[in-house]
Design a protein around this ligand. Structure first.
Ligand code: IVH
Length: 691
């Protein structure tokens, strides 16, 4: 069966929360851990919102791993860890003046101030970078850490020391201990120059200045960080051993005196009206600034009041981030084209009539997946509203239905991969459509070949990613079978730069040594989705030989066939895994690659557990009549798991005929041939009891 529909089964809140938790953690790692977000901020926010919604409905399901209990992502293992003396928290957002005025009213209520009383605030541009905490002891910088998960960050001291705007020693008198906090960022012009250099060098581009800053700071080679023009604005304090100021405004002055850069646009404000006017001024100045800002942070100026206000959950009550509305523009959706990722994920991309959004000329936008297209009901020819929220890649927010041209057709998801023509399928419950032709798809070739040769698969020494990439670029590796044809290229290989005769001979020998391979490794090497080492072993043991596995998989591709039912009933083979196998074998080119490989290799039978022991082991069995305690496919699967071979017709080679109800000609034939006929119960006994 080919799951082609967009329908996903109903799932319980528990399952949905678990899925959200995994997805959010994954995107946190991609964003904070690798500085390479996979989805837009808006899509990420939608996941978080859904999580919050479900948690509010089911508070009993909230646990410590809940995304609402964590800030950012755990520090990456590549750096040492530093525990912040005082947690680094985030800010509550206000979208619009009403929300900002509510923030101020909440403060007055909390402090019991009159309606007429004014709360002095400090306004600072909200820099779109990454926050760090700098620890100074006796005026000397001793540690510098990223925010990490808020409690613990990464030790990036050496990297931070390379920033000109971070003093190694504080100028003038300083407390014995102080944690200075602020934002590391990269200017817009420096960001564009960095991306241009990355592109010229064939390296990955950064999505926005913030990711570029994070990526530049979190370099294991400090020399790389030193070569990137990172800047720093100081704006907060963590732990302090003695009072350094009574107000935030006075604290900012001390930061300047110690030698830090403090954002020059920061202002002390007398109340909400003053603050709102400041917001407008900063918004107007935004386009002319050389660095990205995404709003204005307002903080209660009086540090005594800040202490009284304290924190609510992850956020201080005394500060808020009033965010700028996202920049928008209107343009025409000229086409929807599908990109194939290295892992076979199909991503629809919007091709747009070029339009300027926030100073950047935009021609493409990601559409994420087909659900997103359906949600927007975006059609080629539509006029669409675009939004850029800090990211280089913008998103489509909505379509303008009145401007839809006549005859604009709804998007139809591709049934075949645009890169290789293989079937494209969307497993039930998943949002991503995938190409099933991993072994033949050029978009996935390198990834699959690296896996194929890797240690736990074919284990070919010397065929690491670099070599695979190089051979693939030379056109030597169209598919995995070509690995075993490299021997014929030994002379060409020896002539390659950096190779030579000895290395070429070694590689060819390493390849030749792997022409004989166990079935489980062979199955694992194919890189079928969900078939990891454990499942490959399970399948190999169950089917025993390559020939049997291959024949059963071909049979299983037929809906409702015995082979399909038998596959589904193998103990521990889940339905999702069975589907992946079926899809893989439904694609004719995958079958061709498997057969091509089989022709070049000796695939050894798997060792069947209990092969020497059980009474059924090695026996040839025929089932007949209607079985009462199990289905036919189940009986077959269990017999095979016990090491028996199940056939359809009775011959002299048959050891047992298991006769169910109304057993007919087969039982008769067995009697004629003198083959032992057993009842279902006796057979169960032979297998070692029921279950
Ligand atoms: S104060 C406890 N001030 O915004 C509050 N944060 O959304 C500490 N940010 O993690 C933060 N400019 O990375 C503060 N002038 C500013 C800021 C600022 C940018 C960032 C910072 C923080 C995030 C919160």
């Amino acid at each position: 069966m080919m799951p082609d529909s967009a329908e996903s089964p109903l799932i319980s809140p528990e399952e949905e929360l678990a899925a959200l938790q995994r997805a959010i953690a994954r995107h946190d790692r991609a964003y904070h851990g690798r500085d390479a977000p996979e989805i837009t901020d808006a899509a990420y926010d939608a996941l978080r919102r859904r999580n919050a919604e479900l948690e509010a409905l089911h508070p009993e399901l909230v646990d410590d791993q809940s995304p609402s209990r964590r800030v950012g992502s755990a520090p990456s293992a590549a750096f040492g860890k530093i525990r912040h003396r005082i947690a680094m928290l985030s800010l509550d957002n206000a979208f619009g003046e009403t929300a900002f005025r509510e923030f101020e009213a909440r403060i007055r209520r909390f402090l019991g101030l009159d309606a007429g009383a004014q709360v002095a605030l400090v306004g600072e541009p909200k820099i779109d970078g990454l926050s760090v905490s700098l620890t100074y002891e006796a005026g000397t910088l001793v540690h510098g850490a990223t925010r990490g998960d808020g409690a613990e960050g990464e030790d990036v001291t050496a990297n931070l020391r390379t920033l000109a705007s971070i003093p190694a020693r504080l100028a003038g008198a300083a407390p014995h201990l102080i944690e200075v906090r602020g934002e590391v960022f990269l200017g817009k012009a420096d960001f564009l120059a960095l991306n241009a250099a990355q592109e010229a060098a064939g390296l990955r581009l950064f999505a926005n200045p913030r990711n570029a800053a994070a990526g530049s700071l979190r370099q294991l080679d400090v020399g790389v960080t030193a070569g990137r023009p990172l800047a720093f604005f100081a704006y907060a304090a963590g732990a302090v051993s003695e009072t350094v100021a009574e107000t935030h405004w006075a604290y900012l002055a001390r930061l300047r005196a110690w030698g830090f850069s403090v954002n020059p646009l920061s202002e002390r404000l007398d109340g909400v009206a003053d603050a709102a006017a400041f917001f407008t001024r900063v918004e107007q100045a935004r386009a002319g600034l050389d660095y990205d800002i995404d709003g204005v942070v307002f903080k209660v100026d009086d540090l005594g009041l800040q202490r009284r206000l304290g924190f609510a959950g992850r956020e201080p009550r005394w500060a808020v981030a009033w965010k700028f509305p996202a920049e928008r523009a209107v343009t025409v959706l000229q086409d929807i084209r599908v990109q194939v990722g290295r892992t076979g994920a199909l991503t629809p991309v919007a091709w747009l009539a070029p339009v300027g959004v926030g100073g950047v000329l935009v021609t493409r936008a990601t559409l994420h997946n087909e659900d997103e297209i359906a949600r927007l009901d975006a059609r080629v020819g539509d006029t669409v509203v675009l939004q850029r929220a800090g990211d280089v890649i913008p998103q489509i927010v909505s379509v303008v239905p009145e401007r839809r041209p006549d005859g604009a057709a709804a998007y139809v998801p591709l049934a075949h991969c645009p890169a290789c023509g293989s079937l494209a399928v969307r497993p039930p419950g998943e949002v991503v459509r995938r190409c099933t032709g991993g072994l033949v798809c050029p978009a996935q070739a390198v990834e699959r070949l690296v896996h194929f040769c890797s240690r736990r698969a074919f284990d070919i020494e010397g065929m690491g990613e670099k070599t695979v990439v190089a051979f693939h670029a030379l056109g030597w590796l169209g598919g995995p079978a070509d690995v075993f044809r490299l021997g014929a290229r030994e002379a060409e290989l020896a002539a390659l730069e950096g190779w030579g005769e000895l290395s070429a001979r070694r590689l060819v020998a390493a390849i030749e040594a792997r022409r004989r391979i166990g079935l489980e490794r062979f199955i694992f090497a194919l890189g079928i989705r969900r078939i990891g080492e454990t499942n490959a072993k399970l399948l190999a043991r169950h089917y025993g030989s390559f020939a049997n596995w291959r024949a059963e998989m071909a049979g299983a591709a037929e809906t409702g066939s015995d082979a399909r039912l038998a596959l589904g009933s193998i103990l521990r083979v889940g339905e999702a895994m069975a589907e992946e196998l079926v899809e893989f074998f439904t694609e004719p080119r995958n079958r061709a690659v498997v057969d091509e490989l089989a022709g070049l290799l000796t695939i050894e039978d798997a060792v069947v557990p209990g092969g020497g022991g059980g009474a059924a082991s090695g026996k040839v069995v025929v089932f007949t009549g209607t079985l009462e305690t199990m289905t036919r496919p189940e009986a077959k699967a269990r017999a095979e798991a016990a090491g028996a071979k199940v056939t359809d017709s009775v011959s002299k080679k048959t050891d047992f005929v298991v006769a169910g109800k109304e057993a007919g000609s087969k039982a008769k034939r067995a009697a004629e041939l003198g083959v032992r006929v057993v009842s279902e119960a006796e057979w169960a006994e032979l297998l070692g009891g029921p279950g």
